[in-house]
Write a protein that binds this ligand. Sequence first.
Ligand SMILES: [Zn+2]
Ligand SMILES: [Zn+2]
Length: 302
Amino acid sequence: MEVTFLGTGSAWGLPELGCGCRVCRTMRKRGEERTRTSLLVRGKETFLIDCGPDVRRQLAGRLERPPTAVLITHAHGDHFLGLDELVAFRRLTERSSWCPIPTYATEETWRRVEEVFGYLLGNLLEKRIAFVGRALEGLETRIVPFATDHGPVARGSVGYIIEEEPDHSLLYTSDFQDLPRDPPLHSHPAILVIQSHWLHEPVENRPHHMSFQRALEFIRRWGPKRVFLVHISEEYPVHGDPFPKGLKGTPPKDPLIDPQTGRPYPPPLCHQDWQETVLRIAQQEGLAQRPVVAYDGLVVRL
Ligand SMILES: [Zn+2]
Ligand SMILES: [Zn+2]
């Protein structure tokens, strides 16, 4: 199995449009970008997990034929608004041999996706329902959706377990703040791709996301061999930042303390900051894994 991290950013992408905060300024200076989080998984079959507004650029030069299936985790724009970009694959295919792309989502998610993209059903996309805890039908690869809690505005959200072989699985959480119950794992996942929206859990988790601080609990519980962090946002507030407003003004609740300084770990300003901070915290917490902060274009082989 080969996993390509097509995008690793939050709903608005980073650097954020028009934002002058230190994170966005630093990223611009370093030429860094995080597009909307999405994954391409290639094995016996090819899967596109989530399909946000950046998908055209993300797939350029990476995929010449339509994926075996598209797996949508929930009905937020950063996870499905690129679906009609897949029309390029249909245009490249003889009309008589074209088959709509099987596209899986829960019924609740489909209800909202269909309001926007109902016109694509039957010609570009084939609507398939993902049932929680039940392997997706019509695929060779065993893929099991599990329920995630991403707040009241994203009912029907799921993560997916992709099992190429029974003890060779990839667990993808997508956006979540909690889980109603643990995913049905047969063994420790070979790869866990988990959301890490912030480094520290904020005082108020209004957008219902997962911080790295809280993700530590899930990493310990599931014991994956390798961990990759995605859906990275900017931290807040950054000391001396001229734009500490709105969500960026929400401080961390009970931040992890850096033993070297006796103060909370400062918000990571760029990819390197993120990776170094995460590795120090992992070591400090006695984590068996060395989590990798994924970046756009990272390719990992199992
Ligand atoms: Zn999202
Ligand atoms: Zn979301």
